[in-house]
Design a binder for this molecule. Structure first.
Ligand code: NDP
Length: 444
């Protein structure tokens, strides 16, 4: 067995019952094998063993009281995975499905994603199995305050800077920041995704979705094509999905379908984003309501059917493993030309294989959705410098970061003889910088 396979086998043995972590590690390690072969000093330094082992895992109980006076207890996590190139950086996810495996897969991915941005940020991720859906504002506040009452001692503007993720938006970041400030008596950039009135960055809310479309547009431009006139499907209807839709529409695409975890809406006339925003951002409602308001739209229960709708470009922006073999085959059969991942790991390993073998342009999450964390790093820079950039300044920097990422992953794929394989290109380009820093730091 070679070095990469040995590390992977040991990882699976040492971390049983963590399928998502195994999946992410398999995808990453199998594609960086050629780099590891070129650098025998990595094996001598135990670099891969250290790379797949988090520097620190923090697990804690989060007790809080619901509106009925009942005490509830959730599990909280922060995985500080790798700080070789900068302070840990990565979102907090509040969702009932959260467990250690999911947080570790997200943390591992985050290391390479953050490296790809070209900015000095390490990799981390956290969250809780708490479901903000259906909770009152007071309950969400009580939960966030309890969560931060443990987390505050592990984070800091130069140590670990969490952000939002699924279930953690502006409201949750506000409550978390308020509690941090109260305990520490410091008004510092310890969280990103903050409101504009207390240190947030303009364009952070839009960044992941816009960034996804910028990198996809660059990949299309490189082939003499663009979003203009394309039919697009976007899964999810949360932060990433909404702003991916906004930017794709502004570039002349027609977005025909979106979903939430209950079901999807198909609107052949093109999704009316103002109505989606009203339902999702203002009322925190369900996507079903869209079909009641828009005559041309049809609602279907369940999510999977969305991938059977013919489209040119698919932007999965909801959750992990939402595109499996069956959905990938349906997309390819219907002529999809490009799949770009807004969510983290939305395609299974088998689905990625199908896209790549069918010649579909496939942009993996760690490159395609890096715009969010890149803009978080821009928020950190503004906080440290007590600066406030305009929307246009931030958006311009974001666009240039996404264009650079495309060219870096494209060059890495070419250099390693796998033209157009952006999974390999992204993993290698991200890994090289982290590996160099880890080697420079000695055995730590
Ligand atoms: P939101 O919570 O704002 O939205 C998530 C959306 O996905 C909602 O429409 C939600 O539906 C749906 N969804 C969540 N879980 C499931 C599921 N199991 N099945 C079907 N639908 C589901 O999250 P974001 O938009 O912020 O994040 C979406 C993805 O993008 C995640 O993978 C996240 O890690 C990734 N990401 C986000 C970044 C950001 O800046 N926000 C940055 C980089 C990556 P419902 O409302 O019914 O739950």
């Amino acid at each position: 067995m070679n070095y990469v396979q040995t590390v992977l086998e040991n990882l699976k043995k040492q971390n049983p019952n963590e399928p998502e972590f195994h999946q992410a590690a398999t995808e990453i390690l199998s594609t960086i094998a050629p780099v590891v072969e070129k650098h025998p000093e990595y094996e001598a330094a135990g670099l891969l063993e250290r790379f797949v082992e988090p520097e620190r895992v923090i697990m804690f109980r989060v007790p809080w009281v619901d509106d009925g006076g009942k005490v509830r207890v959730n599990k909280g996590y922060r995985v500080q995975f790798n700080s070789a190139i900068g302070p840990y950086k990565g979102g907090l996810r509040f969702h009932p499905s959260v467990n250690l495996s999911i947080i570790k897969f997200l943390g591992l991915e985050q290391i390479l994603k953050n490296s790809l941005t070209g900015l000095p940020i390490g990799g981390g991720k956290g969250g809780a199995d708490f479901d903000p859906k259906g909770k009152s504002d007071r309950e969400v506040m009580a939960f966030c305050q309890s969560f931060m009452t443990e987390l505050y001692r592990h984070i800091g503007a130069d140590t670990d800077v969490p952000a939002g993720d699924v279930g953690v938006g502006g409201r949750e970041i506000g409550y978390l920041f308020g509690q941090y400030k109260r305990i520490r008596d410091e008004h510092v950039g310890v969280l990103t995704g903050r409101g504009i009135s207390y240190g947030g960055s303009l364009a952070r809310k839009e960044a992941t979705g816009y960034g996804l479309v910028y990198i996809t547009e660059e990949a299309l431009n490189a082939r003499g094509d663009s979003f203009k006139g394309k039919t697009v499907i976007i899964s999810g209807s949360g932060n990433v999905a909404i702003y991916a839709c906004e930017k794709a529409q502004s570039l002349g695409a027609k977005v025909v379908a979106m979903y939430d975890s209950d079901g999807y809406v198909y609107d052949p006339e093109g999704i009316r984003l103002d109505i989606i925003k009203e339902i999702k951002e203002v009322k925190r409602g369900r996507i079903k309501e869209y079909a009641a308001k828009v005559k041309s739209a049809k609602y279907s229960d369940g999510c999977k059917g969305i991938w059977t709708i013919p489209c040119d470009i698919a932007l999965p922006c909801a959750t992990q493993n939402e595109i499996d073999t069956e959905s990938a085959n349906a997309l390819v059969k219907n002529g999809v030309m490009c799949v770009a991942e807004g969510a983290n790991m939305p395609s299974t390993l088998e689905a990625i294989d199908i896209f790549q073998k069918s010649g579909v342009i496939f942009l993996p999450a760690k490159a395609a959705n890096a715009g969010g964390v890149a803009t978080s790093a821009l928020e950190m820079a503004q906080s440290s410098g007590r600066l406030f950039w305009t929307f246009e300044e931030v958006d311009k920097k974001l666009k240039s970061i996404m264009i650079n990422i495309y060219h870096n992953i494209d060059s890495a794929a070419n250099e390693y003889g796998c033209k157009g394989n952006y999974v390999l290109g992204a993993n290698i380009a991200g890994f090289l910088k982290v590996a160099e820093a880890m080697m420079a730091h000695g055995v730590v």
